[in-house]
Design a protein around this ligand. Structure first.
Ligand SMILES: [Zn+2]
Ligand SMILES: [Zn+2]
Length: 326
């Protein structure tokens, strides 16, 4: 990747001037950040899966083993926290680089790499701005400054991370739900509203395991994560981070149900769009698909559903097959 910072430079001029080369694009910073956030998210998922599979909570009546488990989990959770912090830094860089990647170059011009004015110099040879100055830089060059409360939260986390790396204070308690919330918060403020689940899905689909084996597990894992989130998040957070209407009914997503048929679950992650009685579409926040539906009563006895998947004729409330349309 060789980028010419000044597109007016003609090819003849290029022979006699020096350029900064290999300039990272905002998308490069963002891709790194998203992968770090996903690794941190994975840590929480796998710790919670172990609790579930061992049925720890069921047999550990006095809670002693559970306490021991979470004490042992502090190290991986602390590492996950450090990954999130790195992710935040890369996202701040991505947003600043959208204005110009050169804003991230640190130091006075006289301290730039020797001969940078007479030969091509790679972007990575320049010193870039310290992590602690990124928020200030962001707020100076972006049209809208960061939310103050969000800045406070990420600043606190930066300090926690430093304490974790440099001490360690044994009393520090990393809590898995807080880590997931932090990732959702970071994604909301620095990537965009309700973007995380889509990024998570793309990440799971591109893991080496998905490539080597298959993507069969992706939707099963995602369905588990989404139901954990629905249980954990307050209604306002569900709306903010997942883009769903917490008070509106959720229906089975036909596509997600087919993807999860091996384990026999039918994720209820779809909502009418728009949310009104005549609406003929449902949108699923888990797979990101919009599906056409017929608004007719379900034929199954005892089911009050009237949202029927339009193509194969399946009730999205009870998942029963409907008689063929006339
Ligand atoms: Zn779906
Ligand atoms: Zn039904």
């Amino acid at each position: 990747m060789k980028v010419t910072p000044n597109s007016n430079v003609s090819s003849t001029d290029k022979n006699c001037i020096a350029l900064i080369t290999d300039i990272p694009a905002p998308a490069d910073f963002e891709a790194t950040a998203v992968s770090l956030l996903n690794l941190a998210w994975d840590t929480v998922s796998s710790l919670s899966h172990h609790v579930e599979r061992s049925e720890l909570e069921a047999w550990d009546e006095c809670g002693e083993v559970t306490d021991e488990y979470w004490a042992a989990a502090q190290k991986p959770l602390g590492n996950a926290q450090a990954l999130i912090q790195q992710g935040v830094e890369f996202l701040l860089k991505a947003r600043i680089a959208e204005v110009s990647p050169f804003l991230l170059l640190d130091r006075a011009v006289r301290e730039w790499p020797k001969e940078s004015a007479t030969r091509d110099t790679k972007y990575t040879e320049f010193r870039t701005v310290d992590a602690q100055d990124l928020v200030r830089l962001f707020n100076t060059v972006r049209p809208t400054p960061l939310d103050t409360a969000f800045v406070q939260r990420i600043e606190e986390q930066r300090k926690t991370r430093n304490t974790f790396i440099h001490s360690v204070d044994k009393s520090l308690k990393h809590d898995p739900q807080t880590l997931w919330r932090t990732i959702l918060d970071v994604s909301h403020h620095l990537i965009g509203p309700a973007k995380w689940i889509g990024l998570r899905r793309a990440y799971l689909e591109s893991t080496p395991a998905s490539i080597a084996f298959s993507t069969d597990e992706v939707f099963i894992e995602l369905a588990w994560e989404c139901s954990e989130l629905l249980e954990m998040l307050k209604p306002a957070e569900q709306e903010l981070y997942l883009g769903i209407l917490p008070k509106a009914r959720r229906y089975i997503c036909y596509r997600c149900a087919l993807e999860c048929r091996e384990v026999g679950i039918q994720p209820e992650m779809a909502q009418l769009q728009p949310n009104d009685p005549t609406s003929t579409n449902v949108y699923c926040f888990m797979c990101g698909h919009t599906q056409a539906v017929d608004r007719v009563p379900c034929a199954s006895a005892g089911c009050k559903g009237n949202v029927i998947e339009a193509h194969d004729g399946v009730c999205l409330t009870c998942f029963s097959d409907q008689p063929p349309k006339d």
